[in-house]
Design a binder for this molecule. Structure first.
Ligand SMILES: [Zn+2]
Length: 261
């Protein structure tokens, strides 16, 4: 693995220029959103380019009718496949011992097997985890979803899967949110094979949720890193979900990655 940038974080950022393309009129596809994150990350992290996922990989989770539905919007389909490819790359790096963050869009945690909503099309995290499982690389996985919104798609997909644990802290104050996260990681004493983080930033005090501060994302990153080191042999990757205030989004992403890396 390349480590060219002196002093760069060990956490790798997976990114493709096509994530800048405006594939929809929703807030996840808004102009300037990805740029606001790049502005904060590009001098601090090593970047890796993903490949587009195959239809076969998407079909590990979604049914053919849903794939056809997304395919009807050609540009959205192409960027969504690239987003899945970014999450898969993150999962593969994590298995190799390289913590990674997939700076991708569209997001995925509201995508169920047969349907999707909330600016999502394909469930990036679920497909990445299922691919690792299909290849026999992991069995027990935790998906920690720190987005403001409950990832109904991810929860639905893994509802009948006893080996995948989905966790979405709620909390109506900063402290109760962090307490809930700390309780989860300290109660789960069994070993897992990998930690996947659905990294949404819309719970920030200047975003839709109006709760967390930028420093809290650093704390969340550290808690999750420690959990991964203690329970998952260090294997961890995060995937971008929501986060819509471009003036704070990049700083929040950077704070999380500095904790998680
Ligand atoms: Zn959200």
């Amino acid at each position: 693995m390349i480590r060219s940038r002196c002093g760069a974080s060990l956490l790798l950022v997976i990114y493709h220029n096509r994530y800048l393309e405006i594939y929809s009129s929703d807030p996840a596809s808004a102009p300037g959103r990805i740029e606001s994150i790049l502005d904060e990350l590009d001098t601090h992290f090593e970047f890796v380019e993903p490949e587009q996922a195959s239809e076969q990989e998407v079909l590990l989770v979604h049914n053919p009718a849903h794939v056809e539905y997304v395919k009807a919007h050609r540009l959205t389909y192409e960027i969504a496949l690239l987003a899945v490819g970014g999450a898969i790359k993150g999962a593969e790096l994590a298995v190799q011992g390289e913590p990674a963050f997939a700076l991708i869009r569209p997001p995925g945690h509201h995508a169920s097997r047969n349907s999707s909503w909330g600016f999502c099309y394909f469930n990036n995290v679920a497909i990445a985890v299922e691919k690792l499982r299909a290849e026999g690389k992991v069995n027990l996985a935790v998906v920690a979803d720190i987005d403001l919104h409950y990832g109904d798609g991810t929860a639905n997909i893994f509802a009948s899967s006893p080996t995948i644990t989905y966790f979405h802290p709620e909390g109506n104050s900063r402290q109760s949110y962090l307490d809930e996260l700390n309780r989860f990681v300290s109660f789960r004493s069994e070993p897992f094979d990998i930690l996947a983080v659905s990294a949404g930033f819309d719970r920030h005090e200047q975003d839709w949720g109006g709760l967390l501060r930028t420093e809290d994302y650093h704390t969340i990153g550290k808690i999750l890193k420690e959990f991964a080191e203690n329970r998952c042999n260090g294997r961890r990757f995060a995937v971008l979900e929501g986060g819509y205030n471009h003036s704070v989004l990049g700083k929040n992403v950077k704070a999380l990655l500095e904790g998680l890396g």
